[in-house]
Design a protein around this ligand. Structure first.
Ligand code: FES
Length: 176
């Protein structure tokens, strides 16, 4: 997990363990299409997506997360998916987080990454797809103010952001 582009907007950083090809045409709920550039890193296997569910904006809080990467098979998916247990939206992180099943109307927004092989460093350059940050800040204004302080949730992350395991980022992850 890491915060980007704002202090309170969480993202998944995933190494899928195999090269991940670009996706030429992903569909937003408003009908627009966009391209996603695929995996980066030495093996082209690293991807990043906003962890704000495209259905009803469930997201990993400090207390609990309904949305998480699910590597193994489950009754509702074949594994290697991002699964939101709130209403069972399933996304494929190897295909730009397109919707595999469930009520989500569009993919998760992708975080555009750049990889510096000499320094073995990743940089987040921006977002691609349907950002939901305005709706997120509207919906959770009260909670985000309690968690981060007045006006601080929407501060840009700045030059660096910390990556942590989901288990360190929030206390309880809902399995489904
Ligand atoms: S909020 Fe994620 S599936 Fe409904």
């Amino acid at each position: 997990m890491f915060s980007y582009p704002f202090a309170a907007t969480p993202c998944f950083l995933l190494d899928l363990g195999r090269p991940v090809a670009a996706a030429a045409s992903l569909l937003r709920a408003d009908g627009a299409t966009y391209a996603w550039s695929g995996g980066v890193g030495a093996r082209h296997s690293v991807v990043a997506f906003s962890a704000i569910c495209a259905h009803k904006l469930a997201y990993p809080t400090r207390e609990v997360s309904f949305i998480r990467f699910q590597p193994s098979r489950s009754p509702t998916s074949d594994g290697n998916v991002i699964h939101c247990c709130a209403d069972h939206s399933v996304y494929d992180p190897a295909a730009g987080a397109r919707v595999v099943s469930g009520p989500a109307p569009q993919p998760l927004a992708a975080i555009l990454l750049d990889y510096d092989p000499e320094r073995d460093e990743l940089s987040a350059l921006g977002t691609v797809g349907a950002e939901q940050f305005d709706a997120f800040f509207r919906k959770y204004d009260f909670k985000l103010t309690l968690d981060y302080g007045a006006g601080k949730a929407r501060l840009p992350v700045g030059a660096t952001t910390v990556v942590r395991e989901l288990t360190e980022y929030c206390r309880q992850t809902i399995q489904c």
